[in-house]
Design a binder for this molecule. Structure first.
Ligand SMILES: [Fe+2]
Length: 436
């Protein structure tokens, strides 16, 4: 470490070329006291310098150093993770990723509170990779729309982002992931260097590599299903894997039926142990009931998860895959309800989706009597959690260039020019617990 410090002392102030890239933050542990910083290591061995004081790019001034805690090579991408621990809750940390040849820009992040405090988050998913624009560079593609949504993250300054899967068009091509992470790094970082932790989900486009994309590139647990707890016992996020179903995952994974059953048992056991949380929230890729006719229902999730969501009162469910916007009324499974659900404002789960972060929107043409809000456009959800109520906003992201930016301390506002979807009879903010 002394050697690295000496080298940096000579080089850090002036050297800016990247020996690391694809810088990102991931939450896979306690959001109040930990943060996982990840990057691609192109040469040498970087460390993370961090502190509650902003020392700019003067690496030597930072009071804490964390070297790589885990690394791997997947698709030829050398990913390093530095797991920061013993952080102070509800605190800004400034950091650099630096090695003998390079010093990153000065970033910062905020830890979550360890008790109830207002916060905001973004939920969405489904991006597509760079393509040839059909030979017309002026024509915007799904890839471009994804980057617009990325840039909206930087403008809205959420505490964190739930990404519900399908990151690239071809997950077995390394260059697709390099693009995705470098775009994420560049686009979602605010102008003052603030970065936002991701909580990622496995989508069907990640299936060609089995579970490896999520494990190796995001450092998720082996099973790729897990929980993240926010603000003490305020909210537990259940990260589920809709792809652990026979026939839906690559043949590389054996015993898929067993894995699905193990996840179901884990879900029930963990929900049973989560009764003290004020809110329980799930995220997964495939909707049980897609709102486009072009996608099939997720039969096993409906049969195995919906009854558990009802039994243990899961409050909110975020999904993707189908590429449009939907919010349902709070629902419980019901044989006599339309398509297997009926509205129950008191005990039901509000289903929110369906993944058009960048992917081309499909028609929202499979509506039920319990569909509250729907539309076909590029979007994600921007959720304000204030005074123990959720206000769910659908941000239409195709005018990103005309939208202003929130600054620190303005996180509960809206930037000038933002387009929020106006649900007839409901307005632009859908409240949960639901009242109408
Ligand atoms: Fe998908």
């Amino acid at each position: 470490m002394k050697l690295i410090r000496s080298i940096l002392l000579a080089s850090c102030v002036t050297t800016a070329f990247a020996e690391t890239d694809m810088h990102r933050l991931i939450w896979n542990d306690d959001p109040a006291t930990t943060m996982t910083v990840a990057w691609r290591q192109l040469s040498d061995e970087a460390v993370v310098y961090y502190d509650v004081v902003d020392y700019g790019r003067e690496a030597m001034s930072y009071g804490n150093i964390q070297s790589t805690t885990r690394k791997n090579s997947h698709l030829g991408i050398s990913t390093h993770f530095a797991h920061l621990t013993k952080l102070k809750p509800d605190t800004a940390y400034y950091f650099l990723i630096a090695d003998g040849d390079s010093v990153s820009r000065r970033y910062y992040f905020k830890t979550a509170s360890d008790k109830y405090a207002d916060f905001t988050f973004i939920a969405g998913g489904d991006t597509k990779s760079r393509n040839k624009n059909g030979g017309n560079p002026a024509k915007k593609t799904a890839y471009d729309y994804g980057r617009m949504s990325n840039r909206m993250v930087a403008k809205l300054r959420p505490l964190f982002v739930l990404f519900v899967g399908d990151f690239t068009s071809n997950s077995d091509k390394a260059e697709r992931w390099v693009d995705w992470f470098n775009d994420w790094n560049e686009d979602t970082c605010s102008t003052d260097g603030r970065m936002y932790p991701l909580i990622p989900v496995h989508g069907n486009h990640e299936n060609p590599n089995g579970l490896e994309d999520l494990k190796s590139l995001f450092g998720t647990p082996e099973s790729v299903y897990y929980t993240i707890d926010l603000c003490g016992d305020f909210m537990r996020v259940f990260v589920l894997n809709s792809e652990l179903s026979s026939g839906q995952m690559s043949k590389k994974i054996e015993n898929m039926g067993e894995k699905w059953d193990a996840q179901k048992a884990w879900l029930e056991e963990t929900l049973e142990g989560s009764k003290l949380f004020q809110y329980r929230v799930a995220m997964y890729h495939r909707p049980m009931r897609p709102h486009t006719k072009r996608k099939n229902p997720s039969k096993r999730a409906y049969e195995d998860w919906a009854p558990l969501f009802e039994k243990y009162h899961l409050n909110l469910s975020f999904d993707g895959d189908a590429h449009m916007h939907k919010i349902t009324y709070p629902l419980v499974p019901a044989i006599d309800g339309e398509d297997g659900f009926r509205r129950d404002d008191k005990r039901g789960t509000m289903y929110i989706g369906e993944g058009s972060w960048g992917a081309s929107p499909r028609p929202a043409d499979a509506l039920r009597d319990w569909t509250m809000s729907h539309g076909s456009f590029n979007q994600f959800k921007f959720i304000h959690v204030q005074k123990k109520k959720f206000y769910i906003h659908t941000v239409i992201t195709d005018n990103e260039a005309e939208v202003g930016s929130l600054h620190e301390g303005e996180e509960f506002g809206f930037p000038k020019g933002i387009k929020l979807f106006d649900t007839p009879g409901m307005g632009t903010a859908i409240r949960y617990p639901f009242k109408k």
